[in-house]
Write a protein that binds this ligand. Sequence first.
Ligand code: NAD
Length: 489
Amino acid sequence: MNSADLIVPKVKNYIEGRFLDGDFQVMEVISPIDGSTISSAPLSNRAALDEAVQSCKAALPDWSGKTIKERVQVFFKFRQLLEANIDELSTIIQLENGKTFGEAKAEVLKGIELCEFACSLPQILNDEILEVSRGVECRTSHVPVGIVAAITPFNFPLMVPMWSIPNAIALGNCMILKPSEQVPLSAQKIAALFKEAGLPDGVFNIVNGDRLIVEAICDHPDIEAISFVGSTRVAKIVYQRASANLKRCLGLGGAKNHLIVLSDANPDISAANIAASMSGCAGQRCMAASAMVAVGKVDHIVQHICDEARKIVPGQNLGAVISKEAKERIEGYITEAENLGAKILLDGRNATVEGKNSGFYVGPTVIDHVTPDMKIAQEEVFGPVLAIMRTDDIDEAIRIENNSNYGNASSVFTQNGGLAKYVTERVSAGMVGVNIGVPVPREPFSFGGWNESRFGVGDITGKSSIHFWTKLKKTTTKWNPEAWTDWMS
Ligand code: NAD
């Protein structure tokens, strides 16, 4: 099948189990690979959201009334369908996001793993029961929250929606997804596969759009909970607006991940991991290595990182960044650092790919002697760029990490267990690694950062998500005569 055949020419909303046409303004969907227009996405209005909410409302009593064992059956089937359609899904992700086919495939595999976690929920969701006084029993039950929404970013068109959809739905909620308007195509396929898997109509809906529809979700009186993943700027807006409307909200934001590299680190392992972390998905991962703090004599490792990074070639094993604006923003950070005296060891500006001249490419970039006061040291660049800061003092390295507003991930590279522990205990990040460039906790461990990388309580995946997508009911019963005491009568 030709990859163009996989792309729907017109993205639609998915409501009540049907893809619907609507009279909306549209936005072009542009493939970062070559800058071509591949589809158009509707910028829906509040009426479309209302329709989706009504569809959830109609489906909720039946869906939430099923046992969790019944509900997860859909996800066993859905998981099979993800696997059977992996090449098609990967091609769609690659076309709309610009990452390499291998990265897109890894994204779908991660989506499958998230689905498997949802399938395991009946084994994990052990409600408690205890005889709290003779003949008096207390039990807990996890009750669905109701109608919920997920708002997602451009960098993982399938995986990030899958952080929320399977767990929320398996736990008995009905969901509305608002995908990124830059990458709305994967979600169309997700909806089609849910239909094929037998998910009842109305349990999962998609409303496409931009800021307006996000605001409408935050304001809608019938939506009880919102998971948001995106930039810190928007996470703050969504968290504040949803909370002001008395909804529960979990808002995952941006990142500035620090890798602390000690002089005894294994040069091969460190260089390979750091180069892969800073350049994977063109640096557009919230777990990407962005700032490296080199402690002591590490020139040989820096050299090694550059050697590894030189093997990463745009259009081959390095994908595109999402847009022309993103390319300009990333290159602007590099130029500003250079003007302030940082040393560019490897320069990815003005990268082009033959035959894809209108694509948005930035080559791997390594910048040495960055100082903590520079913008490139503080702000999220979200491109294949590593900013290296130097210090001789491990505590100073930790201070630099701690001073970041963000707190998604941090890693230390060393062969000394004691020093690794010293650093991991002191960095201020939710996900921490030792000799790992991208310390993503795999299922069943949960995903979530600290500080301005996460607003709200708990993590978005794993067991933590159970608390977010359910409310706990505590029921106390007494039936037998021996319980007819005056205990809390
Ligand atoms: P973004 O914040 O621009 O957009 C995210 C979502 O918010 C989209 O659906 C978009 O339509 C909507 N949106 C955009 N502007 C809005 C506004 N003013 N008001 C209301 N809604 C608005 O993020 P992005 O550029 O799509 O994604 C990249 C960002 O996401 C990076 O900062 C990255 O670190 C972050 N991210 C974080 C995690 C994490 O786990 N912490 C994971 C993936 C991506």
